[in-house]
Structure formats: structure tokens, C-alpha cells
Design a protein around this ligand. Sequence first.
Ligand code: WT7
Length: 649
Amino acid sequence: MTDKHLYPVEPSVAERALLNREQYEEMYRQSIEDPDAFWGEHGKRLEWIKPYTKVKNTSFDYNNVSIKWFEDGQLNASANCLDRHLETRGDQTAIIFEGDDPSESRHVTYRELYEETCKFANVLKGLGVKKGDVVTIYMPMIVETGVAMLACARIGAIHSVVFGGFSPEALGARIANGKSRFVITADEGLRGGRTIPLKKNVDTALKNEAGANVDKVVVVSRTGNKDVPWNAGRDERYEDLMASASTDCPPEPMNAEDPLFMLYTSGSTGAPKGVLHTTGGYMVFTSMTHEYVFDYHDGDVYWCTADFGWVTGHSYILYGPLCNGAVSLLFEGVPSYPDSSRMGQIVDKHQVNILYTAPTAIRALMAEGEACMKGTTRKSLKLLGSVGEPINPEAWEWYHRVIGNSQCPIVDTWWQTETGGILISPLPGAVDLKPGSATVPFFGVLPGLVDSEGNLLEGKTDGNLVILDSWPGQMRTIYGDHDRFVQTYFSAYKGMYFTGDGARRDEDGDYWITGRVDDVLNVSGHRLGTAEVESALVAHEKVAEAAVVGFPHDIKGQGLYVYVTLMQGIEPSDELKKELVQWVRKEIGPIASPDVIQWAPGLPKTRSGKIMRRILRKIAANEHDQLGDTSTLADPSVVDDLIDSREFK
Ligand code: WT7
């Protein structure tokens, strides 16, 4: 590691920082040696209706996986985000809303957000929503989405937010899987100057199996388009219901282990699974990580560019920051609209101090050149964050130098939907930065690297990333399928949580995440299961078989490379390729659009019929010379055919 690639903690950062290296190490030591004492103390950062007397009760034993934190305590997540701030900061801004259209923005205070949430919580009750019911939220990035989430939390309903970019088919599958009886949506979304037909998509989704269970659809008016279809009796206007709702809605006392939300995410096999998070541990963990990782100080303006449809939006736009009484910026649009200076414009306009975004967004700006920051100073920035995929050192350096004016540390935060909050990341005042490294574990997090047999490896090494003990923000189960939870995360290496990622530990003990080692793709920071895209493709009448792999993509990180075997008698054509791209967009959504489709008369399979993706990945990446052992293939000649017919050799 040469000095050029090391960014030591700057004195100005150290001066402001909550913790220095010694303090971090001391707290980390305590958190690992005595988790009960450590979390027992830090759990007090929340307001509890009934204080807990027990702290950690967890088992990673394959035969009995069970995770409970603060299990006899009672609290309410929305009360922690709202009520308890009323006295001290009721008139302070909670959310800065920046619209898709740069001329539209507004500040929402803690008191306003509290009142809106209480009203909507009463509305939900009035519609028949009960504690434990699943409420699906399919919304744009507007204040009402946060209100809907908090209102669910207030009455003990489990929200299931579905990303607004998912297709009606994908939405319907999630509504059906969660047996959700309630859907909250908007007439239309606005993104990059275009409208997204959210309500229409909901109607389409509900025509199928999903519709049978749904009693009520609440529709927020975002664009006010009068042509939006209406289903009297089922559909309700948010504005009408809110007009007469009372602001008096005491928070439901929730057990620490009562569910707060579920969120669907892709795995290496099967349909997306509903990751279930509970209340107490999740709130302790997200608020604490938000404070320490972003070195959040009272009054800082904090902007996380994620969408509410992903876990980052849950943990680091809503729950973590609001629990800490932060000013959280909520952006409806995209960084490229009206032009690529938008990110810098927003930073200057709202004097943003902390910016948390994804490598794919940075690379897209980088491709525009430094001109995209012209006309903005970004002088207010103190700290930058990165999340969602490995950040290549080149993008890291550009983020640091161009966006951050070489003045801001970058926290490269590694975590997952399943982990609830950040597990590996530098703390700004404590850890020297290395572009591309997520560096050190957060308090209470015990990472390990194992070989394929599950042997723990010591010192400087590569390996599969596991976590050896529970942390409070961990998911508790897969909604409705605890066996799948155990199989997915605890069966590969007994007694350990397997992340699905590979990582390297360097001579200083710092971690470098190298990416997924399973059949999960990371496209622009969004997770996609290869199996999910394949099953969408084979549902097309002309497709006999399909195999999907990732390949290196300059902006998206990974692109989708698809091998398709057509049904007997079907002629390949460019029109058919377009049709298949449209088909996948319809089945899943635009994020799953194939980048390359290659016709494959045959796929490389083992004699037992398993597709050898390792070989397909090499062909996609144009590394035919590194195919490795192909002797176990049933028919090795299919590989030569695929290489010969590859389009851009
Ligand atoms: C996967 C989790 C965490 C919220 C957003 C994505 C990859 C995430 C990093 C990082 C390298 C990263 C991993 C992980 N990932 N952050 N800082 N460096 N890789 O959540 O959709 O659950 O995806 O994203 O591969 O397993 P997710």
C-alpha cells in the first residue's frame, strides 16, 4: 500500500469527529467482549415504552437459528422518529423535499411530519388496517411515502415497500406473497421529467392473483392527472381521507421483536424473498450507525440519494436519520435531470453537509466529465458516503477530488438488505481511508473470511465473507418461510451467517469487498437474481432455455449478459431480441433489461444437467482463454460454438 493510496484522517476531520482511533478500538473491543453490556447501554439511545431487561438472545446454530434483541422491551419506531423530538426540535426541519422539477422544494418540520403521520395512521385504522397486517407501498420519492411508512409503524402494521420502478407483474407477485390487503400508491410518479403510471400499474397488478386479497388502494395525488382509472369502493383518495382525520393517534406499544417492515430482495435461487426486520434492534442499529458512520452532528444537512424502495432508503433516509433528529433531504428525481449538474446544484441549494450515494451514480457523472460540476461550489460538504457495490478506486478518487473538492473523507459502507444497517465502514475521525476498501467493522460486528470448506482464515487473505455473531440490525427471518432463511444464510458454513460476498483482508486487517460469489448480480447497485431473470425469459413462448450472467459494465458495474436457446423452429432475429428485452422489462422492470442477448443453440452443462455459469461468465467477459476445466461438460463442443458466435469478439 503506497502513501498515494492512503488518505489519513485530516486534522480538521479529527477535530469535529465523534470518535478517534483509540476510542473506536476501545468501543469495538467492548462490543465484542461483552455484547450484552455494550448494547444494553447503547439501546438507551431510544425511547422505550417499557424498558428491556434482556439484551442479546441469539443463536447461529444451524439446527436452531434464532435472533432476538431487547426481547422484553416495548417501543414504537414512529414515536422514536417523531414524538420524542417535538419538545426539543418540533419546529426544526425533518425532511427537505426537493422535487423532480428544480423549482419545487419544501421543508417539513418534525411537528408537521408528526401530525401528517398521526392523521394517516388514523386513516389506515379507519380503513381496517390492524397491527400485524401487511401494507404494500408503491410510491414515488415524495414526503407522503415517508408518512405512509411511519404511519404503518405507528399502528404496528408491517410495511412492504415495492420500488416504483418494478413492473406490475413484479408488484403483483410481492403483494400476493405478503398476502397484503392494502396498497398505497400515487396517481403518477415524476422522474427525470417523465411520468410513471403507478396507479395504472397497481390496477394491472391487481387483475391477477394478487387482486383477490386487496381490500383498499389509497391513492396520493402527485401529478393530479384526471385520467387515472378509478375503481369505486376499492380506491380511496389520500387527500379526501386526510381532510377529516384527527392528529391524535397514540403510538401502538410494540414488542422489540414485533415486525417493523419487510422488503423483497433477490437471492441466488427462486423468487425474491421478503426480508423481515423487527423493531428494537433495527432502530438501535440504524440510528447508531447513522450517527457514527456519517459523524452526524445536530443541524447537519444530510442527503442520501437512495430510493425508499431499497433498504438504504428505509435505514438511511427515514428511520436512522429521523431517530437522530436529523435534517434528511428527500429527492424525487434523478441526478441527470434537467442536466448532469443537478447533484451539485442540490448540494449548493440546500447547503448539504453529508452526501451518501452509489458508485454507479458517480461513474455516470464521471463519464460526463468535470464540467458537470461547473457552476456549483459544493463548499458545504463535509463528508461523502458510498454504498451498494464495490467502488473502483478511480471513481473513489474522482468523487473525492471533484465532488468533494479534496476536502471530504469518503465512507465506503458495506452492508445488505439483510443486515439492516452498515456493517463495515470507516468512521471518519478514526480510520485512514483506502480507495476501494470498506476498512473496519462497526461495533458488534465480527467478520470472518472462510475457504470453501468453511475453515476460518487468518491474517492477510482472500475468502468468503461471513459474520460470526449476531448484531441488532440483522434480519430475523424470511416472511413466511423460516426454513428458507436458515438454508439461505446458515447452511453453507455452519454456525456462521454467510453474506454471499467475497472479500480480501489486507496486512492492516482492513476489508476489501470483491463482490458476490453466488448467482446474484449487482446492476447499478441493484440486486438481481440470475434465476429470477431466467425464469422471466423462459416464460416467453419462443424461449426454450436461458442462462443469465453478469459482465463488467463501465457505468452499471455489472451488466446482464443473456444466453437464449429458442424453441424448435423459431428463427433468431434482431426484432426478437428487442421483443425479449421488452418482455423482461414487463416481467420485472427496466432495471433487469438485458444488455446483451446471445443466441445459444446449446448451453454448457454438466452431465447432471447443471448449467456451468463459470464458463458463461468467461465468454461474456471475453476471457475465452481462461475457461478453466471443461472436461466435466456433457458436450464440450457447445463452448466452441458459443465463442464462435459471440458478437463483439
Ligand atoms: C450487496 C447487498 C447495502 C444497501 C444497498 C444494497 C453489495 C453493498 C457495498 C460496498 C462492495 C457492496 C454487496 C452486498 N454492496 N455495499 N460498500 N462495497 N459491495 O443492498 O441490495 O441488499 O445488496 O451489495 O455485494 O452483498 P442489497
